[in-house]
Design a protein around this ligand. Structure first.
Ligand code: HEM
Length: 453
């Protein structure tokens, strides 16, 4: 016999009509973090909408794996359709499955190995160019770098700095609109011709034009390319029909959006920590000087960068880029003894999970050595920067290789020093990024200087 369902509590501080809108607007990260102490499943409300937060790693695992068929991607991803109606990260059901099967092979570890040289040749000149620049806005630099890496490795295209900036601004505008609309869903307002909505439409046009050009070039010179765009262009369904133009545009745009900012903010946080921890920086320099040679980098050489990789893993723990993820129950389902109603909106946060002192000793200490194999490790379900189950990040191997490679290449040639300014704090927008981070890129005077490949 099933036990009587438990009704999860509302978080304290709920005010009639507006619910928890005030603490949420004041500091959404702190609000979400604070909810953990109210149990594994807790509710909050914004106006008439109730949102259920899952805090326990076991229940998250259940929702994302064994019971995943009862959930759709939810509010945030509905709003992220701004990037493309049915792109993989927002697609549902059989459409998701077919597209995932089609694109997954391009992201297997073996395939990622083949991207390493392109990553290297894309990033090297960008690091060299820092020489002639003043203080860097580090997040923007990292975004340009990771955007170029995705475009070069997956679409065989490298935009110049100006075009890269234009794409980046459009991605930022669309991401900001998606989050705003998910937090305060007022569909009617989204359609009005307000300046804000016009800006969003214009950003969409810039993205479509940039991606459209890439696709047109592939169509005009099919024999010149063998990449993800070619894969999409040559795909056929069971009836032998090609993908619709709109679908190809959506998938390419979706990959660009999913694959650039997440890795960029991971690297931004990593160098923020190194900038204030000379002990860690010294160890990183020691490792890259010992491992990097003048030979081109390969997956094999990356696996020897064990400390560099622990820095990446720790940045992904403490500053999980995808800090807020949503789901929606598509039918009534029981989770952890709680009956969720069909249509119930759900939120989970790798950021708060990874900062739970019950799972991570001293969680606010940036300690890459917590990932040493001889140290006690957290349960697998407690470390999910890339999610879990059938919707787990498709680009995780790509992102880990890229972040390790970029960290090592920067450290082999530059020291990023913080520019004095206001204290850096985490800001939870579509990704978790530092409030502002300006750093200067000093050449390294000791150590092996690497030339462009
Ligand atoms: C540090 C970097 C990254 C992080 C932290 C990250 C995180 C995530 C997370 C948490 C999800 C799953 C969301 C959910 O469960 O609803 C996801 C999905 C996805 N990511 Fe990533 N991601 C990263 C980099 C990348 C890269 C480099 C690419 C591709 C170039 C990529 C492509 C995708 C795609 C296509 C999906 C949708 C998968 C599906 O629904 O089947 N990501 N990512």
């Amino acid at each position: 016999m099933n036990a009587a369902p438990h009704v999860p509590p509302y978080a304290p501080g709920r005010v009639p009509l507006i619910g928890h809108a005030v603490p949420l607007a004041r500091d959404r990260l702190a609000f979400l973090q604070g909810l953990r102490e109210h149990g594994p499943i807790v509710r909050f409300s914004i106006g008439p909408k109730t949102v259920t937060v899952i805090n326990s790693p076991d229940l998250l695992q259940e929702m994302l794996t064994t019971k995943s068929r009862h959930f759709s991607k939810g509010l945030l991803f509905e709003k992220l359709k701004l990037f493309g109606k049915d792109a993989l990260p927002v697609a549902e059901g059989s459409r998701h499955l077919t597209r995932r099967r089609l694109m997954q092979p391009a992201f297997h570890r073996r395939q990622v190995d083949g991207y390493i040289r392109t990553m290297h040749t894309t990033v090297d000149p960008m690091i060299a160019a820092w020489q002639s620049m003043g203080p860097l806005d580090l997040k923007t630099e990292m975004q340009l770098m990771t955007q170029n890496v995705v475009m070069a490795a997956l679409f065989s295209t490298t935009p110049d700095r100006e075009s890269g900036h234009a794409i980046l601004e459009s991605v930022d505008t669309l991401f900001a609109a998606a989050l705003r609309r998910a937090l305060l869903p007022l569909p009617l307002l989204e359609r009005l011709p307000t300046p804000g909505n016009r800006k969003v439409r214009q950003a969409g046009r810039v993205m479509r034009a940039a991606v459209g050009e890439i696709i047109a070039d592939h169509l005009a010179n099919p024999e010149a390319y063998d990449d993800v765009v070619s894969l999409l262009l040559s795909a056929r369904d069971q009836d032998g029909a090609p993908l619709a133009d709109e679908d190809i545009l959506s998938e390419v745009t979706g990959l660009l959006a999913a694959g650039s900012e997440t890795t960029a903010v991971t690297l931004t946080w990593l160098f923020h920590e190194l900038g204030r921890r000379p002990d860690l920086e010294r160890r990183l320099h020691g490792e890259v000087d010992a491992v990097l040679t003048d030979e081109p980098l390969t997956m094999r050489s990356l696996t020897r960068l064990t400390f560099t990789r622990r820095l990446v893993d720790e940045s992904l723990r403490m500053y999980s880029p995808a800090w807020l993820v949503t789901r929606r129950a598509t039918e009534a389902v029981r989770l952890g003894g709680v009956d969720l109603r069909a249509g119930e909106d759900i939120v989970w946060s790798p950021y708060t999970l990874h900062r739970d002192p019950a799972l991570y000793p001293d969680p606010l200490c940036f300690d890459p050595d917590r990932w040493l194999p001889e140290r006690p490790q957290p349960p697998k379900e407690a470390y999910i920067p890339f999610g879990a189950g059938k919707r787990q990040c498709m680009g995780n191997e790509f992102a880990l290789a890229e972040a390790t490679l970029i960290t090592a290449l920067i450290a082999s040639r530059r020291r990023l020093r913080p520019v004095p300014g206001p204290a850096v704090r985490p800001v939870g927008e579509i990704t978790l990024h530092p409030s502002a981070l300006r750093m200067t890129a000093e050449p390294r005077t000791h150590g092996r200087r690497r030339e462009a490949v």
